[in-house]
Design a protein around this ligand. Structure first.
Ligand SMILES: [Zn+2]
Length: 288
């Protein structure tokens, strides 16, 4: 019997991709962590070929000048959006989804090629190594995949394109990764100095969760399990963001952006979160 062909398996729940193997892993490291979950009917796996055969496709949309989003329809995994930051030197891809096709690759090519891939945290890596390999450098290695050293153990598909960084790295002129912690030790944001009309924008994934209404954000250890981050993690996160000039925040899902006034929204939201977390806020109907 011929050996089974190797497949780079993708978890159906979180859409993160594992190294090529004849059979899928026994379980998904992301989904068995206490921040995520395995569906009640069990672990399922897919692949790029299977997703393409099912009719999934990439859809591009403009977010603001210099920033485009790519989503997958129908959605894969938790349905987050990737964001493409274009610069004169090429594009930086943030939080890639768990699928890519020719339309996705062509969109990056049209933006001048891929400088590298970065992510907010280990849940939103998608098929980052596939992206890297579509855009090899002169040495034949894929485009850089930037991973905070504090999350190195969460690299599910190791590759020589993975570049570890520490607390801050400028990946293109005016485009800087900043580690904040909180949801994960390596939870990060991407600061884009030229965005928001030159006032600056933060691309946050769910390092900071943009909430419906475009005026509030939150900060959680686990979003599906609804576990908050403790106050000391919030303080560190706010301290990491404080020096960055920004007026906009672009979240991890389509439509979840605060296009202006985001610094104030972050401050008000953090005060509210802290008040409820520590019990200084209260509901008069229940305090009798
Ligand atoms: Zn998973």
């Amino acid at each position: 019997m011929a050996p089974a062909e190797d497949t780079a398996w993708i978890c159906c729940t979180c859409a993160n991709q594992y190294p090529p193997a004849p059979v899928p892993p026994a379980d998904c490291r992301i989904c068995t962590d206490d921040r995520q979950y395995v569906p009640h009917d069990g672990q399922r796996w897919t692949s790029l070929a299977e997703l393409a055969a099912e009719g999934h496709r990439t859809v591009w949309a403009d977010v603001e000048p210099g920033i485009r989003q790519l989503t997958v329809e129908p959605a894969v995994g938790i349905g987050h959006r990737g964001l493409l930051v274009t610069t004169p030197a090429g594009a930086v891809l943030w939080d890639p989804p768990g699928f890519l096709d020719d339309a996705a690759v062509d969109g990056v090519r049209d933006a001048g090629g891929l400088l590298g891939v970065a992510r907010s945290h280990p849940h939103l890596c998608g098929v980052q190594i596939e992206w890297s390999r579509r855009f090899p450098g002169p040495d034949g290695r894929g485009a850089p995949v930037w991973v905070p050293r504090r999350d190195a153990a969460w690299v599910l598909r190791p590759d020589d394109a993975v570049h570890l960084w520490d607390d801050r790295v400028e990946v293109a002129p005016g485009v800087t990764l900043v580690r904040c912690g909180g949801h994960f030790a390596g939870s990060a944001v991407l600061h884009v100095a030229a965005a928001a009309g030159g006032a600056g924008a933060l691309l946050v994934g769910d390092t900071v969760m943009v909430l419906p209404g475009h005026r509030r954000v939150s900060f959680m250890r686990s979003y599906p399990m609804l576990l908050p981050v403790p106050e000391r993690y919030l303080d560190r996160l706010l301290a990491a963001l404080d020096p960055l000039p920004f007026d906009a925040i672009h979240g991890g899902w389509s439509g979840l952006s605060i296009p202006s006034g985001a610094r104030q929204a972050l401050a008000v939201s953090a005060d509210l979160y802290r008040a409820w977390l520590t019990g200084s806020a209260h509901d008069p109907d229940q305090d009798d």
